[in-house]
Write a protein that binds this ligand. Structure first.
Ligand SMILES: CC(C)=CCC/C(C)=C/CC/C(C)=C/CC/C(C)=C/[C@@H]1[C@@H](COP(=O)(O)OP(=O)(O)O)[C@]1(C)CC/C=C(\C)CC/C=C(\C)CCC=C(C)C
Length: 593
């Protein structure tokens, strides 16, 4: 009896597992735990017969003085633990590296012919590995160990590749190559140390005697490469199935929080010709819009999961497109026409309860095609109107109308109209353009959450959410004083300006003056006051959405904190939060601070 093998775990595998757990813990969802458990179960069950055979044939051995004692089908307990901890560590690294990736947008990405080519080439390579492995085992001499690795790992890899190669090659290397390469290299080093110390030994006669480096046999190198590849391929296949289940509600109307292996298999076996390609392309456009236009919400979106993440991104895309159509119009008249068209779009979308899914409404589909620019059509088609109340959407358009009230007076070109006269006007405007957005986000949360909420709780949350939206909009206005002034808009209430002896024209002329800076501070104080009251309610949000919602709100409020810093000067019209600081904010928010 000895502790040497156990010490390898204590020194090299368990600390890595602990570190990865600490880093990933704030993101760890029930579906992640399910995935980890699923993969560990498969790894243990599939490795035990093979490993047991190798030990019984004495292809590798363990001197009795290095293991504690208990064995399982002749496999030392430490070795069984190795299957568990290696799968756990590689899986967690994969999860961590894949957190920023929005996987539904990787579905059916490659043209069909290219996808088939990749799949076939991979299949030929893997089948050749199995064949070579079989030959080596059949010859039964120095190539036996390598052959046994290839005939064992090859068929699993071939199966997983055949199911998910299209999805796998669409993921970035950081999501596939990195989680294979990093643990493989690490385990090569650990293996070298263990072999040199004699913790385990590879018997001569069944090995090739080729070394990758001094102390690392080629078979050991291939073994760790193959096992990490299998773990990552397994994860990818799981995520592929999940992405199909979540992206296509028409194929899979309801998806349980933890889909059964049968459902996952059904998703993987659904032929790609059944995919709603328009939806996949629309989702891809929505993600790229979010990534380009809002760093705060893009970061926050990575912390949501499941269909809630998809629907929030689609909601963002609709709001962004609508806001841009109105804001970028070259004349007031054109902007009003956009509002009219958007309003008619809502009339059609909400015409009847049953007809709220765009694909089922030919009228709505053709109305969008005929009236909106091509680049905005998918955002309108994919807005999940069947999950959203119409009131806040119409109110949002009302808010956009306020923006159009900033214009030259009809009596004199030199006189301008400024609709935000009092603080109350500012509050009403902010409630319309941002309080509404909060309500819409919350409706999506209530629909998708797996936790139960009462009507009273929902009403309370919507009220608080509306206030939080107002706080965010105040930050938005405080940030954009100069950019708004450049297009003739002043959202600071005229009553506030008067108190410091200014008129709106003074803000247009000199948006960076000290007096305007003081008013910016006043607005930010208001924003943080409202935020302070509303944030208490966030702890009552359904548990699966609480931390991600906090990330969304805190990432945006951080812009306000940057603006409040002494001596901070807004650069190029916009205040931004440095990337590292944004990540820190998200991290703190996820940890409930
Ligand atoms: C994670 C994720 C993908 C969230 C999506 C959130 C979403 C749907 C945002 C819509 C943004 C948008 C374009 C709205 C149009 C109107 C508008 C401009 C509103 C202002 C947003 C600022 O965005 P941005 O800085 O990109 O805009 P400009 O460059 O100035 O054009 C707003 C400030 C409103 C944003 C308000 C919210 C997201 C609501 C936040 C409140 C909650 C989530 C509720 C919290 C819950 C409780 C209980 C307190």
């Amino acid at each position: 009896m000895g502790f040497e093998y156990a010490l390898v775990h204590l020194k090299y595998t368990i600390p890595v597992g602990i570190a990865l757990t600490i880093v990933y813990r704030p993101f760890l969802s029930r579906i992640d735990l399910y995935k980890v458990a699923f993969l560990i179960a498969i790894a243990v069950v599939s490795t035990i017969p093979w490993d047991s055979y190798l030990i019984r044939r004495k292809i590798w051995t363990y001197p009795p003085h290095v293991i504690i004692g208990p064995t399982f089908f002749s496999i030392p307990a430490e070795e069984v633990f190795f299957f568990v901890i290696q799968t756990y560590n590689t899986t967690l690294l994969y999860l961590l590296l894949n957190k920023p990736i929005f996987q539904p947008s990787c579905l059916a990405r490659k043209p069909r012919e290219a996808a088939i080519l990749y799949r076939n080439v991979g299949q030929v390579v893997l089948a050749a590995c199995v064949l070579v492995g079989g030959l080596l085992v059949w010859r039964g001499d120095e190539g036996t160990y390598l052959g046994l690795i290839l005939v064992w790992a090859g068929p699993f890899a071939l199966l997983l590749w055949s199911l998910s190669s299209d999805f796998l090659v669409s993921l970035p290397y950081t999501s596939t190559v990195a989680p294979i390469a990093i643990p493989t290299l690490y385990l090569w080093v650990v293996d070298t140390i263990a072999l040199r110390r004699g913790t385990w030994a590879i018997e001569s006669g069944t090995k090739l005697g080729i070394h990758v480096w001094d102390g690392l046999e080629i078979e050991e190198a291939v073994f760790f490469l193959a096992t990490n590849t299998l773990i990552v391929f397994g994860q990818v296949a799981f995520d592929h199935a999940l992405a199909i289940l979540l992206t296509f509600p028409r194929l899979f109307p309801t998806v349980p929080e933890l889909p059964s292996p049968i459902l996952l298999m059904r998703a993987l076996l659904a032929h790609s010709s059944k995919y709603d390609e328009e939806r996949v392309i629309g989702i891809r456009q929505a993600v790229s819009r979010l990534q380009k236009k809002s760093r705060s919400f893009y970061l926050a979106s990575a912390t949501f999961s499941g269909r809630l993440r998809i629907d929030l991104i689609l909601l963002y895309s609709f709001c962004r497109v609508a806001d841009d159509l109105v804001d970028n119009a070259s004349t007031d008249n054109e902007a009003r026409q956009w509002i009219g068209k958007l309003s008619h779009y809502l009339d059609l979308a909400y015409a009847s309860k049953e007809a709220r899914i765009v694909q089922k409404q030919p009228h709505l589909h053709s109305y969008i095609t005929e009236n909106f620019p091509e680049s905005s059509q998918s955002a309108l088609r994919l807005l999940p109107t069947h999950l959203l109340p119409f009131g806040p959407l119409y109110d949002l358009l009302e808010g956009f109308k306020t923006d159009l009230e900033f214009h030259e007076s009809k009596f004199s070109k030199k006189l301008r109209v400024f609709p935000i006269a009092k603080e109350h006007d500012l509050e009403v405007y902010s409630a319309r353009v941002a309080g509404t957005v909060a309500e819409l986000c919350l409706e999506l949360v209530f629909f998708h959450t797996y936790s139960a909420t009462t009507t009273a709780q929902r009403e309370h949350l919507v009220r608080a959410g509306g206030r939080m939206g107002i706080a965010l909009q105040y930050v938005n206005i405080a940030r954009d004083i100069a950019t708004d002034a450049a297009i003739g808009r002043v959202y600071l209430p005229i009553s506030w300006l008067k108190e410091v002896g200014l008129a709106p024209q003074d803000v247009l002329d000199n948006p960076d003056s000290n007096a305007v800076e003081r008013l910016r501070s006043r607005l930010l104080d208001k924003a943080f006051g409202v935020y302070g009251e509303a944030r208490i309610a966030m702890s009552q949000l359904p548990s699966d959405a609480r931390a991600p919602m906090r990330v969304a709100v805190e990432s945006y409020m951080e812009i306000g904190r940057v603006l409040k810093e002494k001596g901070y000067k807004v650069k190029a019209g916009k205040a931004t939060v440095p990337k590292l600081r944004r990540l820190k904010v998200a991290w703190k928010a996820l940890n409930g601070a």
